[in-house]
Design a protein around this ligand. Sequence first.
Ligand code: ADP
Length: 269
Amino acid sequence: MNTIVIKIGGAAGLDFAHAAADIAELIRAGNRVVVVHGGSDATNDLSRRLGIEPTFLTSPSGHTSRRTDAKTLEVFQMACRGLVNPRIVLALQRVGVQAVGISGLDAGLWTGPRKNAVRAIVENRPVIIRDDYTGTVERVNTRVLTTLLDAGFTPVIAPPALADDGTAINIDADRAAAQTAAALRADTLILLTNVPGLLRAFPDESSLIPEIARAELAAAEELAQGRMKKKIMGAREALEGGVARAIIADGRVERPITRALAGTGTVIR
Ligand code: ADP
């Protein structure tokens, strides 16, 4: 019996039905599955529908992240918990999986520090933003997950996370999935996305890197841009936490998880 943590990407082109069918099969075969998702694209859509243009900050080192003020945090929560989570739970229920939607807040499932100062470059000048609701998951309350798993339920975890100061925070779901996999001592972390894996020459999909050894991870992190960087960081954190392998794989295809487990994608071990 293996424990598998699967992060389902939110980007356009992902079909939850394909992943759900695979998850149903894995569970029938006796595996324990935990699903994690984000809500970046749904937050952008909902935000625009509410007349709020999403804004992003660029850090001095070139990372971009969503500017998450109090209003944006509300939209982020509505998108993650109100839109994306039920879509995945429904896709799983349709194939007979007893999925339970739960957020990182519930029972303090995901906790960690809130950033008290976000450094950004705005109009070529360094600025410090103090009212941002973002942070990192550092601890996972595995008891909530094992209680559900032991009872035959499949947890589907949505952001936000619970910050140490008692606020809800926007966190990176790839890295939260990695922390979850490490805390559960999972065998495999699968990060499903809208590309075939890490590409040597993005966006050329024929330049897929099939395997990365641990020693090559730093170089791989350099290759990746934008949000792919977070996936490589997540893979590294999962491996450091004792997970045997992390696989970044295409979520747009049929049988996405079966393919990933067979080694299609970028396998990091
Ligand atoms: P998801 O919502 O599925 O988690 P993200 O948008 O967070 O996906 O991350 C995947 C994206 O990372 C790809 O769609 C692509 O635009 C971008 N990317 C940047 N550099 C690379 C690279 N070297 N290889 C693959 N994808 C990359």
